[in-house]
Design a protein around this ligand. Structure first.
Ligand code: F6R
Length: 618
């Protein structure tokens, strides 16, 4: 979603803001802009629809000034256009704001502010909800309030989750940031005689690793060498910064053509790091040190509900299998955005597991809040971002150690969340006495083979490229899987949609004959996930039914599986895996297929259209 940057210091702000925005491009956007004020209060606001390069091309002269804010916009209210791009100024031109989030009551606020605008003979400059924010602040300033007080007032009037950065034209010695609700983070970075604002760490890393994350309700007043924060209880503090342990190299593309390809290749490492120290064999234990939910609580639960969105929802579906088959406990999964509005019967004996790589997805956070407010059920979050909002809401966190994921499509964080779910299932099974020491040891030994399964799957890249060349122009794909491979069929279809813009449906193979089979003909390729396992024969029956309709079948199955090879038109071999571990061997192949189809179609793989990396609006 929208990206925010800010700078104040001894250098020219413009180039630093543009560079920061470049590092936030991965979040997904459709327009961008910067505002810079110089010492004399001269203001330059430059904004453009399109890519950052369109903005850069439009800048004939870099504005002077050592304070400013910048933004990449992902349109919610008002189409992507120059006019709707941020920053937005108050009608008096004194307050300039960028925002991430939605002002849910903007109509009401616009109506309230209309009178002032009419009196002054001014009009709204955009179709956005954002514009009410600088207008509210400006009105309060005109009544003699300080900027900080005016900003606090404005924030208090907004419904919805919002993150904001602002500058005051007549006071170029300060920039401001504020956060209300879960609209994605705001991080303040400390430099030498300069300070930075960003929605996410990658924008700061080239400059500093000393940071402070704003909390919900915080209002930050930032000068070139100081940060003061007014908390939601009105207390004013000088916060303690912390060091982040992130290497700028982790967010560089290196020799890879795309971040997505780099991150697919990083999966074995991401998995090993996530598992390290959490799968002990002698004596066998899973997640021994880092689960702050007591064994007593885990012993008392009689059900697990796993929730998430998108790729994280597919991980949740696989998690359900492991909860049932490894932990031996009744389990379910749910789409977080739907779950919030249902009235399921939970209670303190249901453990809710939220999966969210970013830890900031608004639908998942909303579902977690719903669980806490309504049932008080214990919650564990599985996330890649330490300190994210989800970690603050949950009773316990399992942090994947995948390193920053820059490509919009989730890849390495998918396998990272799978590893965490598997470990959690092992821990629950052991604590509840359903897994003996030996069983636990066997399960964990199997998990330890996951990095190598993924690695061997990655080696099939060339074969995936061949298949992509052959089918790159297909208009549709049906992806079939059974059992634990069904969620992977859905994940394969999601990857095709988001990266390759191909219409694809992931189906449980048994469901195919109940409708989708009507679509099939020689122009409708079917991808069959068919590793050997308990449902292999049922999968081959489905394949026969597809072939009988002359639809070309691309099977992904165990290396050297002659029976399958004879049955299908095209074959991609993956390493044989124990039945519950096939998600690890299949995942890199389904990702690489979508990647190569997108490549064959010449698409923008790391920044697919309309998508955002962190979805902070409903
Ligand atoms: C797909 C993808 C999205 C996310 C979804 C949830 O590749 O990236 O579908 O999986 O937006 O995001 P998180 O995991 O951050 O909650």
């Amino acid at each position: 979603m929208c990206g925010i940057v800010g700078y104040i210091g001894h250098q020219a702000a413009g180039p630093i803001l543009l560079e920061g925005l470049q590092r936030l491009e991965y979040r997904g956007y459709d327009s961008s802009g910067i505002a810079v004020v110089d010492r004399d209060g001269a203001l330059a606001v430059l904004k453009r629809q399109g890519k950052l390069r369109d903005l850069q091309a439009a800048i004939t002269e870099m504005p002077a000034g050592a304070a400013g804010i910048g933004h990449t916009r992902w349109a919610t209210h008002g189409e992507p256009s120059d006019r709707n791009a941020h920053p937005h100024a108050s009608s008096a031109g004194d307050v300039i704001v960028v925002q991430n989030g939605i002002v849910e009551n903007y109509r009401e606020l616009k109506a309230e502010l209309q009178e002032t605008l009419d009196t002054e003979g001014r009009t709204w400059q955009s179709d956005t909800d954002t514009e009410v924010i600088p207008e509210l602040i400006s009105r309060e300033l005109a009544m003699g309030r300080s900027f900080e007080a005016a900003l606090a007032y404005a924030i208090g009037r907004l419904n919805g989750a919002n993150a904001i950065a602002a500058v005051h034209r007549t006071d170029p010695g300060r920039i401001y940031a504020a956060r209300t609700g879960s609209a994605g983070g705001i991080v303040i970075g400390y430099g030498e005689g300069e300070m930075f604002i960003a929605s996410d760490l990658p924008a700061l890393l080239p400059h500093t690793t000393t940071v402070y994350h704003l909390d919900d309700g915080d209002i930050a007043t930032i000068t070139a060498d100081d940060l003061r924060v007014r908390r939601s209880d009105h207390a004013s503090i000088r916060p303690e910064p912390r060091q982040v342990d992130l290497d700028p190299v982790a967010i560089a593309r290196g020799p890879y053509r795309h971040f997505m390809l780099k991150e697919i290749h990083e999966q074995p490492r991401a998995l090993s790091d996530t598992i390290r120290g959490r799968a002990r064999l002698d004596p066998a234990s899973a997640l021994p040190d880092d689960l702050s939910i007591s064994d007593e609580t885990l012993r008392s639960i009689d059900r697990v509900l796993v929730i998430g969105m998108g790729t994280s929802l597919h991980a949740a579906m696989i998690g359900r299998w492991w909860m049932e088959q490894i932990a031996g406990i009744p389990a379910d999964f749910d789409n977080a955005s739907e779950f919030r509005f249902r009235a399921p019967l939970l209670g303190p004996s249901t453990l809710v597991v939220a999966v969210t790589q970013s830890g900031e997805t608004i639908d998942t956070l909303g579902a977690m809040k719903h669980v806490r407010d309504r049932w008080g059920a214990p919650q564990v979050v599985i996330t890649n971002v330490e300190g994210s909002e989800a970690t603050r809401q949950a009773d316990a966190s399992i942090i994947m150690r995948c390193g920053p994921e820059v490509g919009v499509a989730s890849t390495k964080t998918f396998v990272g969340s799978l590893a965490a779910l598997y470990l959690l299932a092992c821990r629950i099974g052991r604590v509840q006495g359903r897994l003996s020491d030996d069983d636990l040891s066997t399960r964990l030994e199997q998990l330890l083979t996951a990095p190598s399964l993924v690695d061997r799957g990655i080696q099939r890249g060339e074969r995936c490229a061949e298949i992509a060349q052959r089918f790159g122009s297909a208009a549709n794909f049906l992806v079939l899987g059974r059992g634990i491979e069904h969620p992977l069929a859905m994940e394969a279809a999601l990857k095709c949609k988001e990266i390759s813009y191909v219409h694809a449906e992931g189906y449980a193979a048994g469901e195919m004959k109940h409708g989708p089979i009507a679509l099939l003909d020689q122009d409708f390729p079917v991808i069959a996930l068919a590793p050997r396992g308990p449902l292999f024969d049922k999968m081959t029956s489905a394949i026969q039914q597809v072939s009988a309709r002359r639809a070309p079948v691309i099977a992904i199955g165990d290396e050297g599986d002659e029976e399958l090879i004879d049955l299908v038109d095209h074959f991609i071999g993956i390493p044989p895996a124990p039945p519950l571990l096939t998600p690890f061997s299949l995942t890199p192949v389904i990702q690489l297929l979508a990647y190569h189809i997108a490549l064959a179609r010449g698409l923008d793989i790391d920044q697919p259209r309309n998508l955002a990396k962190t979805v902070t609006v409903e």
